[in-house]
Write a protein that binds this ligand. Structure first.
Ligand code: NAI
Ligand code: MG
Length: 503
């Protein structure tokens, strides 16, 4: 099939990258998979094949883990590298991301479907940011000195202290919704702490992780410290999650697969962090500034075509402003310019894949049942690619599938509440997830009353989907284990060693 349609917008670098056969990275070398098998990469705007990636096997995972173990040896170049030099290297990676930002944004848009303009100012810049931020931490990882009061050894004194040491070989499995950013959120802290890594990108979107791998090798990372194996969940991800040579697994993806990862890691009690799904409540109070709350609540769900784990997907609107907010969001949705991500005027692109298109379409159909109705959207857009209209569902009971399950598409469910009371809090928390929440109000005391009662890892007030390398991100309940970003993320990649010297 001719995959060139719609690719005129690619620059020379991106064009060159996709026309070069894709490999996997093991022990510093770009190689083909042991099976020689490849899989197809689609342009979500057209459904056409644009490239092929290597289908990593268990053997490839074994080779990558072995390389990562060698690179983690006491005497390896990486382990002997000073924290300051590790920091310089991470800085250089951040700089190289920015120097190649246009190419990376185009590849991301081509692979995932997201608007190239958004990829350029958000995904790629945030990916560089986390490397720059983590570069500063390499020299600040320290332990403490302890004063012991041991009662049973009179006459002996002790000098005791703690050391923070890298956890070892890390397996990192990432999703397709923010491909380069998820790679960066995982890699930057692991490298800052001195770990070695085997990274498995999502099969839908492997391109930018591979390009990032090239840039990281260009920055001078010793061989074997980073290995990248593209492939499918069951054939590449599962062997990595269960590999006895892996000390820690970091996963972002579905809650369903998160549970499989827990089982795979249980065998040898690997350390584990998980960033999983969400169904985040977004609450608009009567006193909110609607000129901000309406576009804010709309972009809280429609950003990234709704394929955002922390999307504000359950909107609770207080009685007095309900009609105005519903009408405002419907108008916002209708005004969004849809089109291929590579078109710079596009505001809402296609979903990532046929599978995701089918899944989201199924939920849109379910949104017309159980007494619910559509305020806007509900259909496929265009006649090629994986586009769906931004959709607003109203009047769905709290128990409805569309209210309870993560849709992961541009589909918002809005409902009404009367008072800011226990019942509102109960409804907002009525979810197996607890990733994020939003509040829109101008009343600071109401805001402070609500914030502690929302069971979520991030609460955005009068803003939404704001990320910063310094701000921890992660979930309560079934949204995950642990936090990414901020200095908290260092705990994911460090062990603590207590040293006690008697004298
Ligand atoms: P997924 O959880 O299957 O994929 C995420 C990653 O896990 C991919 O790299 C995949 O290859 C890998 N994987 C799949 N099965 C595995 C296994 N048995 N062992 C190890 N790794 C495995 O997510 P999928 O199927 O692409 O999307 C399904 C739903 O998950 C979405 O509709 C959405 O609701 C949710 N999701 C949530 C994400 C988040 O950021 N929290 C990201 C992607 C999906
Ligand atoms: Mg899956």
């Amino acid at each position: 099939m001719d995959g060139s349609k719609g690719l005129e917008a690619l620059g020379a670098e991106a064009r060159k990258f996709i026309s070069t056969p894709k490999k996997i990275l093991i022990d510093g070398a770009w190689v083909t998979s042991s099976s020689g098998e490849t899989f197809e990469i689609y342009n979500p705007a057209t459904g056409q094949v644009v490239a092929h990636a290597q289908s990593g096997s268990k053997e490839d995972v074994n080779a990558a883990v072995a390389a990562a173990r060698r690179a983690f040896d006491d005497h390896s170049e990486w382990r002997k590298m000073s924290p300051a030099n590790r920091g310089k290297l991470l800085h250089k990676i951040g700089d190289l991301i920015l120097a190649n930002a246009d190419e990376l944004a185009q590849l991301e848009s081509l692979d995932n479907g997201k608007p190239v303009v958004v990829a350029r100012v958000a995904d790629v810049v945030l990916a560089a940011d986390i490397f720059h931020y983590m570069a500063g931490w390499t020299t600040k990882i320290d332990g403490g000195v302890l004063d012991l009061s041991v009662p049973f050894t009179p006459g002996t004194e002790y000098h005791a202290y703690t050391r923070r040491e890298p956890i070892g070989v890390v397996g990192q499995i990432i999703p397709w919704n923010f491909p380069i950013l998820m790679a960066a959120w995982k890699l930057a802290p692991a490298l800052a702490c001195g770990c070695t890594v085997v990274l498995k990108p999502a099969e839908e979107t492997p391109l930018t992780a591979l390009r990032l791998g090239e840039l990281i090798m260009e920055a001078g990372l010793p061989k074997g410290v980073l290995n990248i194996i593209t492939g499918f969940g069951e054939t590449t991800g599962a062997p990595l999650a269960g590999h006895p040579g892996v000390d820690k697994v970091a996963f972002t993806g579905s809650t369903e697969v998160g549970k499989l990862i827990v089982k795979a890691a249980a065998n040898d009690l690997k350390k584990l962090t998980l960033e999983l799904g969400g169904k985040s409540p977004n609450i608009i109070l009567n006193d909110a500034d609607l000129s901000k709350a309406i576009p804010g609540a709309a972009s809280a769900i429609f950003f990234n075509q709704g394929q955002t784990c922390c999307a504000g997907s359950r909107l609770f609107i207080q009685d007095k402003v309900y009609d105005e907010v519903v009408a405002g969001i419907a108008a916002y949705a209708k005004g969004l310019k849809m089109g291929p991500g590579l078109d710079p005027s596009t505001q809402l692109g296609p979903l990532v894949s046929q599978v995701q298109f089918d899944r989201v379409s199924g939920y849109m159909a379910a949104g017309k049942t159980e007494g619910a109705s559509l305020a806007t959207g509900g259909n496929r857009w265009g006649n090629e690619g994986y586009f769906v209209e931004p959709t607003l569902i109203i009047n769905a009971p709290d128990s409805a599938k569309v209210v309870q399950e993560e849709i992961f598409g541009p589909v918002l469910v809005a409902s009404r509440f009367k008072e800011m009371d226990d019942d509102l809090v109960r409804r907002a928390n009525d979810s197996v997830y607890g990733l994020a929440a939003g509040i829109w109000s101008q009343d600071v005391s109401k805001i402070h009353k609500l914030v502690p009662r929302l069971r979520a890892g991030t609460v955005w007030v009068n803003c939404y989907n704001v990320f910063d390398a310094s701000m921890p991100f992660g979930g309560y309940k079934q949204s995950g284990w642990g936090r990414e970003m901020g200095h908290q993320v260092l705990n994911n990649y460090l062990e603590t060693k207590s040293v006690c010297i008697g004298y």
